[in-house]
Design a protein around this ligand. Structure first.
Ligand code: ZN
Length: 214
């Protein structure tokens, strides 16, 4: 059996360039203060939403300026952001929250080896089975457990229509952006025997659940 993992490509994983966009506020003379750009390398790119823009979108505004936006942050300022968010007053009309975090998801379409009697969607995942793997990066709601992300990948690659499922639609678009159309892996719709790896956990699709095969 061919154990080689074939890398699909090109992956759309982006290492966003740039420095932290936060600013330090430091005291200046005469009781004033100055803002100094952090300048540290950004390591986190949370997507921030706020209640005012959410309200305006609900009222029909569709412009880019009303959409959630990515903020480049270093680790230290990311932690500070979490503290700031936790301390917000729930009635503050300008309160913000993290609507999404970039997540790297690797999808492995398992290749059957019919000569040796192995059919992935019948027999399920097996260690060492050859796969066509594609890596994508998508902005997903924070704190999604890996199996929920796997559910979204399943939906994204199986549902004929993703209207009303924006996260699955993002995943489908990211997969399509890699150029994968189902040829290299033998199929496009995630099936029994295929895997989804996220946050270091590799989940194999079974008939009624996901199995941790990390
Ligand atoms: Zn910073």
């Amino acid at each position: 059996m061919n154990n080689k993992i074939i890398e699909g490509g090109p992956p759309v994983v982006e290492t966003a360039p740039g420095d932290c966009e936060y600013e330090y506020v430091v005291p200046d003379v005469n009781d004033s203060s100055v803002e100094i750009a952090c300048g540290e390398p950004a390591t986190r790119w949370p997507v921030l939403d706020d209640s005012r823009n959410a309200h305006l979108r609900a009222a029909g505004k569709t412009g880019d300026e009303f959409q959630p936006s990515k903020l480049a942050l270093c680790d230290e300022h990311y932690k500070q952001l979490l503290v700031d968010i936790a301390e917000q007053d729930g009635s503050d009309p300008y309160r913000v929250w993290i609507a999404a975090e970039p997540k790297v998801v690797e999808i492995g379409w398992t290749l059957s080896d019919r000569e040796n009697g192995y059919v992935s969607y019948m027999d399920g995942w097996r260690a060492g089975a050859a796969q066509h793997a594609v890596s994508i990066e998508v902005d997903l709601p924070p704190d999604l457990p890996p199996y929920k992300v796997a559910d979204l990948v399943f939906l994204a690659t199986n549902a004929p229509d993703l209207e009303g499922h924006p996260d699955a639609a993002k995943i489908l678009a990211a997969v399509q952006a890699t150029g994968y159309r189902g040829v290299e892996g033998g199929h496009f719709s995630l099936s029994v025997g295929d895997t989804v790896t996220v946050d270091g956990m590799r989940l194999a699709c079974e008939d009624v659940r996901w199995k941790d095969v990390s």
